[in-house]
Design a protein around this ligand. Structure first.
Ligand code: ADE
Ligand code: ZN
Length: 334
């Protein structure tokens, strides 16, 4: 209907999208077959069965256990290219104008792939979609917080040339949140930033971790943005800080439901963020696992909050302003 058309046409920017999380069950099994990858005992054997299992995650770790198994089917540069192109093609029909793509180098280097192979596959799809559809992209590498500091440090070394050349545009932090608070990664963030002062910084915080994780991500890692951050609502001081310093939260509504951060999207502090002038964008996180891409997330927010056109204009504008594209592109989108 009318609202679907309106929400489809809003120019969208995505800031929280794990490329490995766009691996649809069908492609997962196709690549497993092609690359002769076998799964652990008890892993679903059909794509239908696998997709059904996604309805039963009870928390973030539950999901991550499956997600890391999925990553193992990605082997060649072409695999990463196809994965990324499939995602970009899909969202090109959903009003997406700019997207910042996370990848997890450690999930792949641990299996003997090179960071260049992974990066080149993703970048080739990005170049193609820019030429065909005019969609702009930035690539952000994320460190896995369950890995050792030594491993994270080595990963920065492996990415050194890509960071120095600005091909990797930003650094993020993901995986199991609660046992691994942001401050553990202070030296790693300093080391990465020293390679290129233009490197942008973000981190997952306040998804399962409480609002203190948001504060330490800001204070110790000097991040400019917070991924998720929904638990900021538990501390008015944190909310005031986000609003005052215009720190954008990359909120992922459907993810938060599937991973049981909230029971349904109406429990998210969307209205409260708007009222408190906390900038946020709406994102899909791991769309192949969480039941929808960016437009589905917009639609679910609208279904639960019935926002006005004025509210949506604020959301769209904040998503553009919070993007890490160049200023010219921002002006074009505004
Ligand atoms: N890796 C992929 N998706 C993630 C999420 N939502 N939180 C933490 N790590 C992730
Ligand atoms: Zn995420």
């Amino acid at each position: 209907e009318n609202q679907v058309a309106f929400l489809t046409e809003i120019p969208k920017c995505e800031h929280h999208l794990h490329i490995e999380g766009t691996l649809e069950p069908k492609l997962l099994f196709q690549l497993a077959e092609k690359n002769s990858i076998t799964f652990p005992q008890g892993f679903p054997t059909t794509h239908e069965e696998l997709a059904e299992s996604y309805n039963h995650f009870s928390n973030l770790q539950d999901f991550l256990d499956v997600y890391y198994i999925g990553c193992n089917v990605l082997i060649s540069e072409e695999d990463f290219y196809l994965l990324t192109l499939e995602y970009l093609t899909k969202v090109s029909k959903q009003g997406l104008k700019h997207t910042e793509i996370f990848f997890d180098p450690q999930s792949h280097t641990a299996r003997g792939l090179t960071i260049d192979l992974v990066f080149n596959g993703i970048q080739r799809a990005c170049d193609e979609i820019l030429a065909k559809k005019g969609i702009t992209t930035k690539i952000i590498m994320c460190l896995l917080r369950h890995c050792t500091i030594e491993d994270c440090s080595e990963t920065i070394d492996l990415a050194e040339h890509l960071i120095k050349e600005g091909k990797i545009h930003g650094l993020g932090l993901d995986s199991s949140e609660k046992p691994f608070p942001p401050e553990l990664f202070e030296q790693i963030y300093l080391k990465a930033k020293a390679l290129n002062p233009k490197l942008r910084l973000t981190a997952h915080a306040g998804e399962e971790g409480d609002s203190s994780y948001i504060t330490t991500a800001l204070d110790k890692l000097n991040v400019e943005r917070i991924d998720h951050g929904v638990r900021s609502i538990e501390d008015p001081k944190v909310i005031a800080r986000l609003a005052k310093n215009k720190i954008m939260l990359s909120v992922c509504p459907l993810s938060n439901v599937v991973l049981r951060v909230v029971k349904n999207v109406s429990e998210l502090p969307i209205r409260k963020f708007l009222d408190a002038n906390v900038p946020f964008s709406i994102n899909s996180d791991d769309p192949a696992y969480f039941g929808g891409y960016i437009l589905d997330n917009y639609l679910e927010v609208q279904r639960r909050f019935n926002l006005s056109k004025k509210d949506w204009a604020i959301i769209a504008t904040n998503a553009i302003l919070g993007s890490w594209c160049d200023e010219e592109r921002k002006t074009e989108l505004l």
